[in-house]
Structure formats: C-alpha cells, structure tokens
Design a protein around this ligand. Structure first.
Ligand code: AHR
Length: 663
C-alpha cells in the first residue's frame, strides 16, 4: 500500500459517506513561502453604536452619572428636595445635585438611577460605588444610603443590598464604598437618599462599577465582553469608529482630547446614533467619554492588538451634511494639530505635555502607536482636499506613522474609482474599504484582490459584513460567506494588511444596526457565527501565504469550482500548513489535497481540523441559546504527501496539518 492509499484508507469512512461527492484536487505549494501575513491582518472595529461603549463594554452602570445630559436628570428619578447646580468642581462637567432635607420627618430626599436598560448585578459580586460629595455647611456631616433595588419585586423590600456613606465637610471629596449584591438581576436600579434628619449634601459623578472589570481597572471594561475581544486574538483594534468620528455636526464630532485625563472632568457628547434612524430612536444615548483614548490604547495593549485610532479629517458626516455645511478648509489646523498631538499622547516622552497626560493616567511607557486613520467614510473631492494638507504636515512631523485613507462608503462604483487613485496620489499607506453587502456580492468577491495594483497603498478592509438579503441577522449563512470571502483576503496578504468586521457590539435592547459580531444584554453576552469566523482566521493566520490552486487556478468560487473557496498559509513558527476551505454549495465535495514541494524526508503528520457547519443556513446563536452554533475541533489522521477528505455542504473548515521531517 503506498502512502496515498494509506491516507485514503484512513479517511475511508468520510469518503464512503459521500460517494456522490465531486472530486476536487487541490495543490498546495509547501516550499513556496509567499508574502508574510501581517500581524495586523485580522482585527476588531470598535464603534460606540448599539450601546457598545456606555451601557456595553464600558462597565459603568450609572447613566448620566454627572448630570451632563442636556436634560440634566435624564436617567434619574428624584424625590424630595433635589436641586440641579452647575458650579461643580469639574470644569468640563460642571453639573451636580444638591439634596436637602424635605422639610418633613416622614419624607425623604433622594434619587434613583435606571442604568442602561436597567442595572445588571450578579449575586455575591462586589460593586464599587463612588461619588464626589460635600456638605453645604462646613463642619457638618451627612449620611447617604445607597441601595440596589429591584423595582419589580412583589417582596416586602425593594432594596436587596445597601451601604451607607458618611459625607463630612464642605470640601469636595471622592467617597467610595463596596456593595455586595444579594441578588442576580438584570434590571436593578440604584437608589440614593439622605438619611434624616440630615444636613444638605451635594453629589457629583455618581458611579457604580463591578469590582471585577477586565484586568481589574477601576475605570474599567465589562470583563465578559473584553474577554471575548481578547479571545479573537486580534491583530489590530480600530477605534473609536465609524461615523461617530465625524459626528452629525462639528460639535458632536469625536474629540479625543476631551476623552483623556481624570474621568470626572470629561465632557459628555451626544452619540450620533441616538436619532439617526427614525425606526429606532434612543434619545438617552450619549457618550460619557469614560471609555476614552487612554482606555482604548490600554485595551489594545491588553488584548495584544495594534492600536488604530481614526481621527476626523475636517468633515462631518457626509450622509447628513451637504458640502456647504462642511467645516471650511481654513479651519483645518485644529484637526491636524489633534492628530499630531495624538502621537505625542500615545508615544511621546513623559516630559512632553501630552506624554505627561498619559503618564499621569498611569502609563508612562509609550503605547507604540504605528497607524492613524484620517477620515472615516469620506468621499468627493472635499476629502482629498482636506487629506492633502494633513498628510503633508503629518509626514514631516511623524514620518514613522502609517496613514490610513478612505475609499468611501461603497465597495465599488464612482466614488471608489475616484478615491483609490487619489489615495495613491497622496501616498496613503493603507486604504480603508467598506462593504456591507448581500450574499450575492460576497459570493462574487473571492478574487476581488487578485488583480489589484501592487504598487499603490495596501488594503484595510475596515468595515464589512454580509447583510443577508431581507434578513440582516447574524445567521450562519452570512458567516459562511464571510469566511469564503476571507480566503481572498488571505491569499492576497501581500496587499491586504488589515481586515475588521463591523460593527462589533450590540445591546439587544439598544441596537441601531445589525448584524453585529457580539450581542449582549446587561448580564449575558454571546458570540455570533460571524465572531467565530473572525476568530478562526485570527487564531490561524499563519506566517506566510502558500500558493493553493485547483487545476492551476486560485480557488475563488468561480464557475466549475463547485462553490469552493480556499486559501493556504504556512505557520513557520509551528511548522504547520493551514488550509481554509469554504464549501458554499449544496453538495458535499471531495478534496484531494496534494502537498507539493515537500522534501523527500518531509511529510504531513496528523493535525486537526476545525469545522463550522450547519444544515440550517438561518441558524444563529441567541442569548438564551448562546452555544447553539460553534466550531468543532477534531484530529486529522494523516501521514504522507496527500490527504483526501470530504467537506460537507455549506461548511467552513480550517485544516491545520503538522509538517514533519524524518531524520
Ligand atoms: O458600522 C456602522 C457604520 O457603517 C459606521 O459607523 C460607518 O463607518 C459605516 O457607514
């Protein structure tokens, strides 16, 4: 029995099952190490859309904690004698409340916060309450009672956990107390009231965080959500968006400088997603900036991803503003300076003004930022006009930083055709492409990058997702087509240096846009099928592209290729050959894989295959059934220079073959 027949025999069970499968002979050239796969290749796109930041990843549980929403008590109910004041200790967040005795011993004064769609707390977990407070008169003392309440209970008491905080003196001070939750509930509220008879007390920046945040940071992130990000093994983290970078008008654009420094002194900004879509209004959607640029850089570092900040190029959202409403060219300096100062904030020495801000926040070491995006989803000549002075000044100041430009909102067409040559002319290092497209588009794009110009900028597939026609859910078929499309990213890793699915997060009660990669509510979170596809690529990205062909052609789902899409990489660190195959067709397909170029003593020796499949193309995970869809790993029994197997219909597989050499 020769090696090929041994390998065929070990897979006989699979082959028998699929006697009708067509035979597809795939050849991988194992000795032709191609372009390196960039460490940044597969990453994450973060935008505060769908309550991704406040009410999501940012673990703060109190909405409008500083009373800075335009409707100052939004999110709060007050009772007794509560006054709003605006001469507080924090210049950029000046509002606070004054609680005075109600004037009657049987009446209380206090406030209740509703959280973001409620406050999610878990039994026996600790929560850190904090507040800036003072008494109104010097030498006075006041006690405030802080309670977690279950407003829907039929029980005797609404409060299920409580703590008391004594406020003394008329100097503003930060008070903290830990409350252990006696209950698991996703829609608790926080009640604070003055114990009576008491002095008057002023309260500012009323905050409640789980003690257990991601890596334990006090101004931290929800541990389950951040862990899901880390588990992807992302190579890059793009932040803070998205359209949020642009804003609906100049006032609401994202201003990174307002998002750093003490968290209490960060101003609140409107979230442009709160009334963008009339079919899903969220009038209470604001940005506290508690998750700001320091926290984004820190997150990138802690999940092992390169930070990729995107800054405003001097354009507000072009969907919402005509050219004559745009920021004039002679006002660009402030935007350019923002970008230059950002490099100092991220990388500068602690003796520089912005480096000092970073150091004071707890990170004297640089964040090692290497990339910056200038403009999000821009188009027309008003974009290159603004980008040009940006690039000129930025190149002089920071030639070491790579600049990402935009190719507009469309995956092809007039703007796209106009912007790519413009980005080449301006010598952008990467061009950000966006495509939220239906199934047919993804099926037709397997070879998208095969013939791109290799002399121009590199590609950043910066926002993409398969939007099922008539059904924009995170169902399996959409993810399968994303997996198929991504074989083309991988095959062209010399050109495509970054790719990020978008958007990343969505709160089930607060979304404006779907599909999204991770869904959550106040206590639970759930990876979608698309999440698993991203993870499979990012965890198995290898180090170098290997040529993989079928009948001499790249496997791109072309006619006669039986719905197959495939790509291969070598992982030289682990001595493996990794082949990704998506069978988008309705039939099983036999794969005869020929490992060409192995030396005489070399062979393929076992490995594993990770299979993501479903007989129901509409299958998806839900928060109630979060594990319904997940890839499954099994060993590969293989030895030699050939491998035969069968891939089921509508299936994505990642084969990781060990490559060994006999002495
Ligand atoms: O990902 C959602 C939005 O889609 C982004 O904010 C924007 O860049 C694109 O239009």
């Amino acid at each position: 029995m020769n090696l090929r027949s041994i390998m065929t025999a070990v897979t006989a069970a699979t082959v028998l099952l699929t006697a009708s499968a067509a035979v597809n002979t795939l050849t991988v050239k194992t000795s032709k190490l191609g372009a390196p796969v960039q460490p940044t290749m597969y990453g994450l796109f973060f935008e505060d859309i769908n309550y991704a930041a406040d009410g999501g990843l940012y673990a703060e549980l109190i909405k409008n904690r500083s009373f800075e929403f335009p409707q100052s008590l939004m999110g709060w109910e007050s009772f007794g004698k509560v006054e709003l004041k605006d001469d507080g200790p924090f210049e950029r967040a000046p509002h606070y409340v004054r609680l005075s005795p109600s004037g009657h011993r049987e009446k209380y004064t206090g406030l209740v916060n509703e959280g973001f769609f409620g406050i999610g707390v878990t039994k026996d977990e600790d929560y850190r309450f904090s507040v800036w407070a003072r008494t109104v008169d010097p030498g006075e003392k006041a006690v405030i009672r802080v309670e977690l309440i279950d407003p829907s209970t039929m029980g005797e008491k609404q409060a299920f956990s409580r703590v008391e905080v004594e406020v003394s003196g008329n100097e503003w001070k930060k008070y903290t107390a830990v409350i252990k939750s006696d209950k698991t509930i996703d829609k608790a509220k926080l009640r604070i009231f003055l114990k009576k008879p008491e002095a008057m007390v002023d309260l500012e920046h009323i905050s409640l965080f789980p003690v257990n945040t991601f890596n334990g940071h006090e101004n931290g992130l929800r541990a389950d959500l951040a862990q899901l990000l880390k588990d992807v093994n992302p190579g890059v983290l793009r932040f803070p968006g998205g359209c949020i970078v642009e804003g609906t008008d100049p006032d609401t654009r994202y201003k990174w400088k307002e998002t750093v420094g003490p968290v209490e002194n960060r101003p609140t900004n409107e979230n442009r997603w709160h009334y963008t879509f009339p079919h899903r209004f969220f009038p209470d959607y604001y940005q506290s900036y508690g998750l700001g640029f320091y926290e984004y850089f820190q997150l990138a570092e802690e999940i092992g991803a390169e930070p990729l900040p995107i800054l405003n190029v001097g354009l507000v959202c072009q969907f919402q503003n005509s050219p004559d409403q745009q920021i004039p060219m002679d006002s660009l300096d402030i935007f350019i300076q923002d970008a230059i100062d950002l490099v100092e904030f991220a990388n500068g020495d602690v003796t520089t003004p912005w480096g000092r801000v970073r150091a004071d926040m707890g990170h004297p070491e640089p964040f090692n930022m290497k990339f910056i995006g200038i403009g999000n989803e821009q188009w027309d000549s008003i974009y290159p006009q603004r980008l040009e002075p940006f690039v000129k000044k930025f190149r002089k100041a920071h030639p070491e930083i790579r600049i990402v430009g935009s190719s507009g909102p469309d995956s092809e067409g007039k703007q796209f055709e106009y912007l790519w040559p413009e980005m080449t002319r301006l010598k952008a290092d990467l061009v950000d492409e966006h495509f939220y497209r239906p199934e047919t588009w993804f099926l037709a794009q397997g070879a998208r990058y095969d013939n791109y110009d290799r002399k121009g900028p590199k590609v950043f597939a910066g926002e993409y997702a398969c939007h099922g026609k008539g059904r924009k859910y995170n169902h399996y078929n959409a993810a399968l087509l994303e997996a198929a499309f991504m074989t083309g990213l991988e095959r062209n890793a010399d050109l495509v240096h970054m790719a990020t699915y978008a958007p990343l997060f969505a709160h089930v009660e607060g979304w404006q846009w779907r599909p999204d990669m991770i869904w959550f509510d106040n206590l639970r979170s759930m990876p979608t099928c698309s999440y698993y596809v991203q993870q499979l690529y990012a965890r198995n990205k290898g180090t170098n592209v290997l040529p993989l062909t079928m009948d001499g052609n790249a496997i791109v789902g072309a006619q006669g290729q039986n719905g197959l899409f495939a790509s291969a990489v070598a992982d030289t660190d682990n001595n493996t050959v990794i082949i990704k195959v998506a069978n988008t067709g309705e039939e099983p397909q036999q794969l005869d894989i020929n490992f060409d170029g192995l030396k005489k003593k070399e062979s393929i020796n076992g490995g594993k295959v990770i299979t993501f499949t479903s007989t129901d193309p509409m299958a998806e995970n839900t928060l109630d059934d979060p594990d319904r869809m997940a890839p499954v790993e099994s060993p590969i029994v293989a030895e030699g220079k050939f491998y035969t197997t069968t891939i089921a219909p509508k299936t994505f597989q990642v084969y990781i073959f060990n490559r060994t050499s006999k002495k």
